[in-house]
Design a protein around this ligand. Structure first.
Ligand code: DOR
Ligand code: ZN
Length: 446
């Protein structure tokens, strides 16, 4: 199977990309077409800009639209198994494709959770329906170190790393502080990344009894910033001692950013920011209620600013959506009952494209944050860059298209969002995974 993508706008300029089977085999700058050997042929155009010719099985005229590496989302709760009513691998895949995402890492707090080989194999089976690339995080408990070691020793190729939760959030195992070191040592032995949700349970318990009025407007006080900050400091200190690879998930406060700057003097400490912690703060909760309930909570405007600064100076390595689908009915319960989290696969890249259009983010930075850095941190071979020899994971974007987020149209089963109704400029029009066009949005001008 050979595909020609004509007139792709890459960072380095207008180019034609040739894909053979699952890989990129040639990238030809448009100004160099004369040496490419196929330019004299005429390709009849049919339908939505696609046509067929002897040399190529498919030709797509990208018409000067932007092409970026397919997004790698290192933080996705795909659910399935006993929670397939919230999301499954099919719906999560379709949601990813519509959001320009070609690789997803699944979090272990499923039912059953990914804490032993038996459950991992159930998940492996469920994930066979995936339309995107994927890997799994193994969940650490207080007592599954031997099991994790065995899995990593025997078959680590589909394992993204080990996930630790230091607090309860959504069907997850919480591990004791005293066990963290043990997990770090196993991860180091097998050269895997440890991803951590750093809110500390004992601190959350303290604030929970202190703040009497339980409402969404107090979520940020109840799950107090102090708990995320102290947990982040704890794991940074331990990682300095053990010298393992540490990936701090969803950083939400200015203080944590300061801590990471202090400890990030090597190539082993990485951190992730979500689009919601970057772009929203607790002031939106009056309007969106429990749709904005998420852990760690939405913080303050000052925190948004600190996260932006950290994005721009390179302190933050990746954007993870923390796609955490629950049903609408579950989210509409009263505050204490409503689960935390909301879908993010279809909004994540779009929100960032909008920021590029507003001049708040460069395209180069967006590409690093959404694909290049994640491929490096998690050692994904031949992905994360548009390069000859790499897998053809590509996302085509119409940077001019203006549209409105409409959560009722999400491919995800979770059809709500704190970003619902937001005006966006920039839309994913094609998503290609391993050389296969999996998503093709027919726009009037395409
Ligand atoms: O808000 C959240 N939802 N935070 C988490 O840590 C877990 C997630 C979920 O799985 O629903
Ligand atoms: Zn999460």
């Amino acid at each position: 199977m050979k595909i020609l993508l004509k007139n792709c706008k890459l960072i380095q300029g207008l180019s034609n990309i040739i894909i053979e089977d699952d890989k990129i085999i040639q990238i030809i700058p448009c100004s160099h077409q004369a040496t490419a050997g196929w330019e004299h042929k005429t390709f009849p155009s049919r339908g939505l800009g696609t046509s067929f010719d002897g040399d190529f099985d498919q030709i797509i005229n990208i018409k000067g639209n932007l092409v970026i590496p397919g997004v790698i989302d290192p933080h996705v709760h795909i659910r399935d198994l006993e929670q397939s009513y919230k999301e499954d691998w099919q719906s999560a895949s379709e949601s990813s494709l519509a959001g320009g995402i070609t690789t997803i890492f699944d979090m272990p707090n499923t039912i059953p959770s990914t804490i032993n080989l038996e459950n991992l194999n159930l998940k492996r089976k469920a994930a066979e329906k995936a339309l995107v690339n994927y890997k799994f995080f193994l969940g650490a408990t207080n007592s599954n170190f031997t099991e994790i070691g065995k899995i990593l020793k025997s078959d680590p190729s589909d394992i993204a790393g080990i996930k630790i939760f230091l607090a309860g959030s959504s069907s997850n195992d919480v591990i004791e502080k005293s066990k963290i070191e043990e997990v770090f040592k196993i991860a180091k032995k097998y050269d895997k990344v440890v991803a951590i949700h750093t809110e500390l349970q004992e601190c959350l318990d303290k604030w929970n009894s202190k703040i009497k009025e339980k409402t969404i407007l107090n979520h940020n006080k109840i799950r107090n910033r102090e708990c995320a900050i102290s947990g982040t400091e704890l794991v940074l200190k331990l990682a300095e001692k053990i010298r393992n690879k540490l990936y701090i998930a969803h950083i939400s406060t200015a203080e944590e950013i300061e801590l990471i700057r202090k400890y990030k003097n090597n190539n082993r400490i990485f951190c992730e920011v979500t689009p919601h912690h970057l772009l929203l703060n607790e002031s939106i909760l009056e309007k969106v209620g429990n749709f904005g309930k998420v852990n760690p909570p939405l913080r303050s405007e000052k925190d948004n600013e600190a996260l932006w600064k950290a994005i721009n100076d390179g302190t933050v390595g990746t954007i993870g959506t923390d796609h955490a689908p629950h049903t609408l009915e579950e989210k509409q319960q009263e505050y204490s009952q409503a689960p935390s989290g909301f879908p993010g696969l279809e909004t994540g890249l779009h929100l960032l494209l909008n920021e590029v259009n507003k001049g708040n983010l460069t395209l180069e930075k967006l590409i690093k944050l959404t694909s290049k850095n994640a491929a490096k941190i998690f050692d994904l071979k031949k992905r994360g860059e548009i390069k000859v020899g790499n897998y053809a994971d590509l996302t085509v974007i119409d940077m001019n298209k203006k549209w409105k987020i409409d959560a009722s149209k999400f491919k995800s089963k979770a059809k709500y969002s704190p970003f619902d109704g937001m005006e966006i400029q920039g839309e994913v029009i094609i998503t290609i995974v391993n050389g296969k066009v999996e998503f093709f949005c027919s726009l009037p001008n395409f």
